[in-house]
Design a protein around this ligand. Structure first.
Ligand code: HEC
Ligand code: HEC
Ligand code: HEC
Length: 127
């Protein structure tokens, strides 16, 4: 009656087809998109890069809270002998000059869209 061989082959193809996005992406799982290099040949971020990758949101929140609650916008960090303020625009975006080619590149991939830019002006090349 039924040709079980054909059914199994059909099933196998179906399963492969349906799960394609899963195994096709497998080699890349956990990989992050390539983002634009920091400007001015900067070699260091305001914290170790690994830490920045996973915790930049917390750091930004800390900076914002410090500035809003205490009015303290004094220098937060020194990188390569240069001092930087606790500021999204005046610090992060001075090195990471493109929201699009840096922040968005990862955020689109991770499906997050921080609302920061509702108020904070992004550097000009983008939006
Ligand atoms: C002095 C320049 C400088 C400043 C200021 C700076 N960064 Fe960075 N950042 C770098 C460099 C250099 C790297 C390493 C990657 C590279 O070479 O571009 C990096 C890496 C990162 C990464 C990881 C990117 C990756 O390749 O995975 C994130 C996220 C990041 N920075 C966010 C921020 C945020 C948010 C701020 C502000 C709180 C900030 N950075 C301020 C220079 C800077
Ligand atoms: C290396 C990849 C990467 C880069 C580059 C990057 N982000 Fe993120 N960012 C993420 C990921 C992933 C999340 C989501 C993390 C989570 O939910 O735990 C995130 C979350 C955030 C959040 C919290 C948003 C929310 O809804 O929870 C803020 C704020 C943020 N990023 C700001 C920035 C800014 C500003 C820049 C550019 C200066 C930037 N990020 C660059 C990967 C990146
Ligand atoms: C409703 C408007 C609004 C939104 C949305 C918003 N901010 Fe702000 N933010 C402000 C204002 C106003 C200040 C105070 C500006 C000042 O005193 O210079 C500020 C200050 C800051 C500061 C410290 C000062 C500076 O120059 O950067 C940081 C860091 C900051 N915000 C980060 C963020 C991040 C990250 C997000 C998204 C998760 C965000 N903000 C979303 C309005 C906003």
């Amino acid at each position: 009656m039924y040709d079980s061989g054909k059914i199994l082959t059909g099933l196998a193809i179906f399963v492969l087809f349906v799960t394609f996005p899963i195994w096709y992406n497998h080699g890349d799982a956990g990989a992050v998109p390539k983002v634009e290099k920091a400007a001015n040949n900067a070699t260091q971020c305001v914290r170790p890069v690994d830490e920045m990758r996973s915790e930049h949101m917390q750091l930004l929140n800390e900076w914002r809270d410090d500035v809003l609650r205490t009015g303290d916008r004094s220098f937060a960090v020194e990188v390569d002998g240069k001092k930087y303020q606790k500021s999204l625009m005046n610090t992060c975006m001075k090195c990471h000059t493109s929201k699009k080619k840096f922040c968005d590149e990862c955020h689109d991939y991770a499906s997050v869209s921080p609302y920061c830019w509702d108020c904070h002006v992004a550097p000009e090349d983008m939006n």
